[in-house]
Ligand binder design. Structure first.
Ligand code: SF4
Ligand code: SF4
Length: 170
């Protein structure tokens, strides 16, 4: 999908995301990032950096206030798992709770009805978002995976989110 916007001065993915090929940990600025001029190795940047496009960049549904450097979080959709991750700047861990963001994230969580997951990530903390509740799983190991959805309990429909050990990466 071609982006409908441009990154402009935003470089927040260079802080929040991990880049395996250069051993860049998530949550802190990349060693190649230069304030004011962006990537210091732009022509030779890793393939992950070349390929990455956040949801703000891709979707017409998000206005300028959702640009990651303003919102203080990066939204990343993974088709394989049907998961929307909201990766929050650990320097502003409650940024996603502000409006219009929180209400917008709740609306996005209506995708749960189609089997999607919407997960807020603040450092290792994972919070699974449903339209009518948030399930805070606390700090999660990198090799764990989250299973979530709805189940029927005592005749009532209840949201659930569980942490499972991911056999593929354990
Ligand atoms: S977070 Fe999105 S808008 Fe910001 S630099 Fe990365 S891809 Fe561009
Ligand atoms: S290599 Fe460049 S584009 Fe990739 S994370 Fe580092 S600063 Fe950003």
């Amino acid at each position: 999908m071609a982006p409908t916007k441009s990154c402009g001065d935003c470089s927040l993915c260079c802080k929040l995301l991990g880049i395996a090929s250069i051993a860049k940990e998530p949550g802190s600025w990349c060693g190649h990032y230069r304030r004011g001029s962006g990537c210091g190795i732009y022509a030779d940047r890793p393939g992950e950096c070349r390929a990455f496009m956040c949801e703000w960049l891709l979707s017409k549904d998000f206005g300028d206030e959702w640009r990651p450097d303003r919102a203080k979080f990066v939204m990343q959709y993974e088709e394989k798992t049907n998961r929307l991750s909201v990766v929050v700047d650990p320097a502003q861990p409650l940024a996603w709770k502000r409006e219009p963001y929180y209400g917008g994230i709740k609306r996005l969580s209506e995708r749960v009805e189609q089997g999607a997951q919407v997960i807020v990530c603040v450092g290792a903390q994972r919070i699974v978002i449903f339209p009518h509740e948030d399930v805070d799983l606390g700090p999660c190991a990198p090799n764990s995976r989250i299973v979530s959805g709805y189940a029927t309990q005592n005749g009532e429909r209840v949201a659930y989110a569980l942490l499972m050990k991911d056999e593929a990466t354990a």
